[in-house]
Design a protein. Structure first.
Length: 292
């Protein structure tokens, strides 16, 4: 396997023991027995790339702050909420967009190349699987690297929008205090007040990241597509997700219904623990590279 050129960043990874040799053997058996593996990843696979998650004990955003992610209706209805969101996102973008895949992302890409991984579904919006080179993949909640207009649907790259922000706000400056999982940062209302937000270049509509905000739903077409990929698979591996969000959990329920073996690799409890064939409490980037 190729491995990440940088050593893992463990600031946002909960404490855990090194992989137990017996557990490594069990996961090896699970993967070896799979011919068409369906993999679902969550925030826990990206924490070793330096991106915090929401729910990890002690180190997740919810444990460290009282911050909550923006709600879909709030973004759509409130110009001041959008101004606040984009100001924070503008400051956080250079750092957030520079994060690189870690060993776990690269291993899953290699499994795809070998024909072992049938389909990958990620709940993450950080583009790290795409950066690693995964192609048989669905970004369930979209990706922060794309932006679209709510009125006409026109799409632009987030990096392009960054240039528009810079042009509109030549003298605006704000220092960031800590990064959140979705790439924005902590700013005060005072800092946000004069930040200018561009409208859609084509129709003047509202620009929104191509991500499913909390309170919004994943499109029926995407859900059906993922169900089809799951139907073609013979086993399911969940890596780095507590599966607390229903949009991902429904696929585990479908896998259970089809009586597919399910393995979970996640530090801490998950919603699937009671019906999984295998549960491992290890770092994704430490355990997955050990599987041949």
């Amino acid at each position: 396997h190729s491995v990440s050129r940088t050593s893992p960043n463990l600031n946002f990874v909960p404490a855990c023991l090194p992989p137990d040799p017996g557990e490594v053997e069990e996961l090896q058996r699970f993967v070896s027995n799979s011919k068409r593996l369906f993999v679902m990843t969550g925030a826990g696979i990206s924490t070793e790339s330096g991106i915090p998650d929401y729910r990890s004990e002690g180190v997740g955003l919810y444990a460290r702050t009282d911050r909550r992610p923006i709600q879909h209706t709030e973004f759509v209805r409130s110009a001041s909420a959008r101004q606040r969101y984009w100001a924070r996102n503008f400051v956080g973008w250079p750092q957030f967009s520079s994060h690189q895949p870690n060993a776990a992302h690269l291993v899953l890409r290699d499994w795809e190349k070998l024909g072992k991984l049938h389909w990958l579904v990620t709940q993450n919006v950080d583009a790290l699987h795409a950066k690693a080179g995964s192609q048989r993949m669905t970004e369930l909640h979209g990706c922060t690297h794309r932006v679209f207009c709510l009125a006409c649907g026109d799409q632009i790259l987030r990096s392009e929008l960054q240039e528009h922000f810079e042009t509109l706000n030549p003298t605006w400056k704000a220092e960031a205090f800590g990064v959140a999982p979705d790439g924005d940062v902590f700013l005060t209302d005072e800092q946000v007040r004069n930040f200018q937000v561009p409208a859609c270049r084509k129709c003047g509509g509202i620009l929104k990241p191509d991500v499913t905000f909390f309170g919004d739903t994943v499109s029926r077409e995407k859900v059906n597509f993922v169900h089809q990929r799951l139907a073609e698979s013979d086993s399911m591996l969940v890596a780095g997700s507590s599966m607390q969000v229903y949009s991902g959990y429904r696929f585990a329920l479908a896998a259970r219904e089809k009586q597919l073996p399910i393995a979970i690799l996640n530090i801490g409890p998950t919603r699937l623990d009671h019906f999984a064939s295998l549960k491992l409490n290890s770092r994704c980037g430490e355990l997955l590279p050990l599987i041949v």
